[in-house]
Design a protein around this ligand. Structure first.
Ligand code: NA7
Length: 542
């Protein structure tokens, strides 16, 4: 462990990442009078929305809700053009925010944080970057994102492929045109399901390599008329407040009825109404879909029926219909023309369960049954979710213990905000918080506000070090697991469970107790004098 900070530049706070979380954190830290340095690996701000510029990339939360609420003028003035915002529009919005609040002067782009070491004597962190810099700070805040460690699976032969290959999560910023090409897409999660219809319209041939079919609900995306936006904006503050009290931080229609409360005809009518409305609202048709397997399967069967009514080839339709997991326990997808794309003559579905990829060859992909000649391969194979972006930084806390080692059996945090043994290290939407189960901007704002209040409390009381107590952390971890075990989520091998990464511990990563409930818990902790946290002060000067 190298903790010598003598040559390091001094600052009050370092924020890792300049996406939605990092930008708002910087804004709040400035208001607290803290000198802050943000490091961002990309050559622009935007985080997830900077990297994910693949064809068809779009948010699955509606535009009017997927934006910051912290500034009334900002939310009144910004105009969205579509029901669901496309990646480019979200990126313009984030850039607008960076300029509007003069954030860029404290953001260093193209710089990846590689390590952070705690000096127990001073309670300060020494942060190092891939540019060889060292910076010493009081507060270290990870805004590194839940879905930012993109994962290309180890497939033999990739280095020999003669064509071009891409990952949806690290897509190049120049325009990629697949016109006339033979393209293979591996992966049918949200990213694949969004990219496939767009690539199919360009490519001469498209082969979709599917390991697990996913449930997808149509977005019915459309232009967003001015009147609709104005009507929403007339009550923006109230809408936001109501959203914060919901299970996912999104104004869906959360049903109060259980599936068995209504007869079959009414059930089907409700599913149909939600299918026609579009979006992830579908999974809230009844209040027991996430906890009762029978109820879940009825909702799932509705979607399977839809798939077979859309996809003309019965064999392809059957392959596209998920039957191995409960609907919603892998993140539900929201699409534009996904299933209908398989009616196109230039699109073929390859079932990797029947015939896995054996190797990539210079000309394409060889599976156990076929060899496909391809000009380009798109990996839509997901992320080392929630913990991946934190794990790739060497973080050493008390006694030089690496965070990776502390978390080797799964992440352990108190409220998903801090972890014992790592004082003054905060996570925005960290493991054990609602994070990926919410409208993540709502979750980000709540965490940033909470962290800011915690730091303000320290400033007011002359304390300089905050750390969760081990007992509080143990209780929280237990609670996170107990709540997850009451749902169907742990029954599925998903990235929520770490199951997509070989060797990653199988632990349910987010907090599924509901965003509204979670915020009440966080407020109660503050009201009880930051219950579960220990504060200390007067460290030696750095
Ligand atoms: P996801 O949801 O993790 O989807 C990844 C897809 O890639 C999924 O279908 C995987 O199949 C498939 N995959 C992963 N590894 C392989 C290998 N080795 N071979 C074949 N297929 C593979 O990532 P996305 O980027 O689509 O979405 C992530 C989130 O971003 C999304 O939920 C939104 O929140 C935004 P599997 O299911 O593991 O069998």
């Amino acid at each position: 462990m190298n903790t010598a900070p003598s040559m390091a530049r001094q600052t009050d706070a370092v924020v890792i990442g300049a996406g939605f979380a990092g930008l708002y954190m910087l804004h709040r830290l400035r208001k607290l009078g803290l000198n802050t340095q943000v490091f961002e690996a990309g050559d622009g701000v935007g985080g997830t929305w900077y990297w994910n510029c693949y064809p068809g990339a779009r948010c699955d939360v509606e535009s009017m809700q997927y934006s910051y609420s912290f500034d009334e003028q900002l939310q009144q003035e910004w105009k969205w053009t579509e029901r669901y915002p496309a990646q480019a529009e979200i990126l313009s919005y984030i850039n607008h925010v960076a300029d509007r609040f003069d954030l860029r002067r404290d953001i260093q782009l193209e710089t990846r944080v590689t390590s952070a070491d705690l000096d127990e004597n001073t309670g300060r962190w020494t942060v190092r970057t891939d540019k060889g810099e060292e910076i010493n700070c009081r507060f270290l805040i990870s805004a590194a994102g839940c879905l930012s460690a993109a994962r290309v699976p180890e497939v033999a032969g990739l280095a020999d492929f003669k064509g071009k290959w891409y990952h949806t999560g690290t897509w190049p910023h120049e325009k990629i045109d697949f016109t006339g090409q033979r393209v293979g897409v591996i992966g049918t999660g949200s990213s694949g399901i969004q990219a496939i219809p767009v690539i199919a319209r360009q490519a001469s041939e498209l082969v979709v390599f599917q390991r697990t079919p996913n449930f997808s609900i149509p977005a019915w995306n459309r232009p967003l008329p001015q009147e609709e936006q104005d009507a929403w904006k007339a009550n923006y503050v109230e809408h936001r407040e109501r959203a914060r009290n919901t299970r996912s931080g999104i104004l869906y229609q959360y049903s109060l009825r259980a599936t068995a409360d209504v007869d079959e005809a009414e059930r089907q009518a409700e599913y149909e109404r939600r299918w026609q409305r579009g979006g992830a609202n579908f999974t809230h048709a009844f209040n027991d879909i996430f906890i009762n397997r029978v109820s879940n399967d009825q909702a799932a069967q509705f979607v399977r029926n839809k798939i077979s009514s859309i996809v003309r080839d019965p064999k392809t339709a059957a392959l596209l219909a998920p039957s191995d997991h409960a609907i919603g326990t892998k993140r539900i997808c929201v699409d534009s023309d996904y299933y209908a794309t398989f009616n196109r003559p230039n699109v073929k579905l390859h079932d990797l369960r029947a015939a896995p990829i054996e190797t990539i060859v210079p000309e394409g992909i060889r599976t156990a049954s076929d060899t496909y000649a391809l000009d380009s391969i798109v990996f839509a194979t997901g992320y080392d979710a929630v913990t991946g972006s934190i794990d790739r930084i060497e973080i050493r806390g008390r006694a030089g213990v690496a965070l990776k080692d502390k978390w080797s059996h799964g992440p352990k945090t108190y409220l998903g905000i801090m972890t014992a043994g790592y004082p003054n290290l905060f996570f925005i939407t960290g493991p054990g918080s609602p994070s990926v189960l919410t409208n993540v901007i709502v979750a980000i704002e709540q965490h940033v506000d909470w962290i800011s209040r915690c730091i303000a409390h320290m400033q007011a009381s002359g304390q300089t070090i905050a750390e969760p107590r081990q007992t509080a952390e143990d209780e929280w971890v237990k609670h996170v697991n107990e709540v997850a075990d009451q749902t169907l989520f742990p029954t599925t091998k998903s990235w929520y469970m770490g199951a997509n990464i070989p060797g990653k511990p199988r632990v349910f990563l987010p907090y599924v107790g509901g965003f509204g409930n979670y915020t009440v818990i966080c407020e109660d902790v503050i009201k009880a004098g930051y219950r579960g946290f220990a504060f200390s002060g007067q460290p030696q000067p750095a």
